[in-house]
Design a protein around this ligand. Sequence first.
Ligand code: ATP
Ligand code: MG
Ligand code: ZN
Length: 228
Amino acid sequence: MAMNKIKEKNITNLEKKSEKPKEDKPERICRSCGKTFSPPANDYLGLYHDGFCKILCRTIYYTIPLRFLKIRTDKQSLLESSIDKSLFITGKAGTGKSVFMANLAVKRMTTKQGNIEWISYPAFIMKLQGAFQKDRESPFDIAENIARHYGYLFIDDLGAEKLTDYVRQITYFIINEREQRVLPTVITSNFTLQEIAEQIDVRISSRIAGMCEVLKFTGVDQRIKRQT
Ligand SMILES: Nc1ncnc2c1ncn2[C@@H]1O[C@H](COP(=O)(O)OP(=O)(O)OP(=O)(O)O)[C@@H](O)[C@H]1O
Ligand SMILES: [Mg+2]
Ligand SMILES: [Zn+2]
């Protein structure tokens, strides 16, 4: 009997010890997924400090433009059936292409393993042009790293950049690498494949047609619709 009592006492003590110390830190809303989360016992990765509920949320936040993270595409069944495909998403401005692609990228990051790369194509071209002047990483190295990225590559707004011969060359290089190495690629563009053939290079449109399923987004410009 006495032994039992001692044991019981010990257990009670242990329970008391493992009680969570009272924190004065408040709950926070994750900057990436929007869920509410409690302060962790140990924030050695600085996630709570930075405002993220988990590592993946931090990665998503720094990979995909924030504006697109906040909107849920209305094309959920198309999203489900597109998750493992290479896609060329074409349509007029404001038809929801980038929002759809961002939702797809988040879905991939949360349900599948492997890194993704997201580039805004006009900004990427400007980065290459800047690299010529800075004399650090060479523009070719930057383009090659992107072109050979082993996981999914998301290219937003192909064709929105100024179409110089240099841009045509770089675009051909990236698309050709993706096609030859059979690397998964999702592209959005205001151009149709026909327009890419006519205004950029037929060898680029031909390769995109070979490796991607084409999705054509129609409808009104949702940016204008929201304002009226
Ligand atoms: N499913 C949606 N629900 C609510 N708003 C939406 C939705 N899809 C798009 N929008 C609104 O429309 C805007 C434009 O969407 P998005 O940037 O995806 O268009 P886009 O087709 O990529 O246009 P562009 O060709 O100009 O890049 C968004 O910023 C958002 O405000
Ligand atoms: Mg867009
Ligand atoms: Zn989160």
